[in-house]
Design a protein around this ligand. Structure first.
Ligand SMILES: [Zn+2]
Length: 201
């Protein structure tokens, strides 16, 4: 999943002070939307040997408070109990040199830590964070008992500003992130159902 809405001309949620200006949201979240499309393309063309089916979703109104993803979990197109897990890509375009790939939601299942660490990855180190309920669409799934992860390259000075634009995107790193997620999904495809974990806080 990835959200495809952003802030339009700004308003609520914008960090920009100045005359009316379009907020394109190249990182937040054209980058994640592109990752959803790339993954769909990969799994469509990758001979259909996967054990599981995959649902690719782009949500709207994330910036209004996860409205799209919340609607989906209340009105799912397949029973939520049949969902094995959910992956969210929100802001995956701003990897810099020596930066980690942050993965949040690791607390939502006991299998995540070892499964993520077992994926071969020379491109970047992983920063695994337990937090399950960060401010993005995976949280709607987590709250319904679906193990959910959020991949992202972190906040930056262009966050929620018109300057979050295409020339700042690190395309090479984003493609490495997508490759990592492909490998991770193929690895998860070999495993049994991922059990949800409710962490004591
Ligand atoms: Zn976002």
């Amino acid at each position: 999943m990835g959200h495809y809405d952003h802030l339009g001309y700004g308003g609520e949620g914008s960090m920009y002070k100045g005359p009316r200006k379009i907020h394109n949201g190249a990182d937040d979240n054209a980058s994640g939307t592109a990752a959803v499309l790339e993954l769909a393309y990969y799994f469509l063309n990758n001979k259909p040997t996967e054990k599981y089916n995959y649902l690719f979703i782009a949500f709207s109104a994330e910036e209004k408070g996860l409205l799209g993803s919340q609607y989906f979990v209340q009105n799912p197109t397949i029973p939520l109990s049949e969902l094995n897990f959910a992956l969210n890509m929100d802001m995956v375009g701003r990897m810099e040199k020596n930066m980690d790939l942050t993965i949040e939601g690791v607390g939502s299942s006991l299998v995540w830590k070892s499964s993520l660490n077992e994926v071969d990855c020379d491109a970047f180190p992983l920063k695994l964070k337990m937090r399950e309920d960060g401010p993005s669409d995976h949280t709607a799934f987590y709250k319904m008992g679906v193990p959910a992860l959020h991949f992202w390259t972190g906040k930056h000075k262009d966050y929620h500003k018109p300057s979050d634009d295409i020339e700042k995107i690190n395309f090479e790193a984003e493609s490495q992130i997508i490759s990592f997620i492909e490998s991770f999904l193929l690895k998860m495809d070999d495993l049994e159902k991922v059990e949800f974990h409710l962490r004591k806080k």
